[in-house]
Design a protein around this ligand. Structure first.
Ligand code: HEM
Length: 176
């Protein structure tokens, strides 16, 4: 039987903020105009960049918070605990790597990258760099891997909710 100890309010807030930002990133990434050599970073592309750097900043806060505030103990079967821990670790990794690759690609196109349109961020690749250009393709592929992992994560949550009928999902519920 699973325990019901919940995540603290800050962890829950950061989790759901990241869900909203990641959802926005997929919608923007898949609907914005195709990027070519002479494309300008305006409209949906500009929104994709600004939401992406915000996501990266929130992820850094979340990692710092998680390192200083461990997850509450949970009593579930060991194989499930291992699967869940590995999925979460991969999610954390990809939620850092995917935005960083997007940033590298934007820099290689000579596009300015800012945090919230206010704080200019440094270029992570030289303008015109072929490495930065290639990282745009890796960014798109890893976004799909991230999407698959999110589906696995959600499937796990739904299994707890409707099959095991334990209170694992309630630990991260946004309401108090
Ligand atoms: C978790 C965060 C992010 C997700 C899920 C995401 C997702 C995506 C997706 C799905 C695409 C379309 C790929 C394709 O059509 O093959 C894309 C393209 C792109 N993204 Fe992101 N993105 C994220 C963060 C960022 C950030 C932070 C930046 C820049 C600072 C960025 C810059 C770009 C650029 C420049 C492209 C066009 C790449 C190209 O076509 O060469 N992305 N992104």
């Amino acid at each position: 039987m699973a325990t019901t100890a919940r995540y603290d309010g800050v962890s829950r807030f950061l989790h759901w903020l990241i869900v909203a930002l990641v959802a926005a990133q997929f919608v923007l990434g898949w609907t914005m105009p195709e990027v070519h050599r002479d494309t300008k970073p305006v409209g949906l592309i500009a929104w994709h960049i600004v939401a992406g750097t915000s996501l990266l900043a929130v992820m850094l806060c979340r990692i710092l918070w998680r390192l200083t505030h461990p997850a509450p103990m949970i009593e579930i079967a060991r194989p499930l605990r291992v699967l869940s821990a590995l999925t979460q670790l991969a999610l954390y990794g990809l939620l850092l790597i995917v935005p960083l690759l997007g940033w590298i690609n934007a820099s290689s196109r000579g596009w300015p990258v800012t945090l919230a349109y206010a704080i200019p961020l440094p270029a992570l690749a030289a303008s015109g760099s072929s490495f930065g250009h290639a990282m745009g393709d890796v960014h798109g592929v890893l976004a799909w891997v991230l999407f698959a992992l999110i589906c696995l994560h959600v499937a796990g949550a739904l299994t707890h909710l409707f099959v095991f009928r334990d209170r694992v999902v309630q630990r991260m519920a946004p309401w108090s």
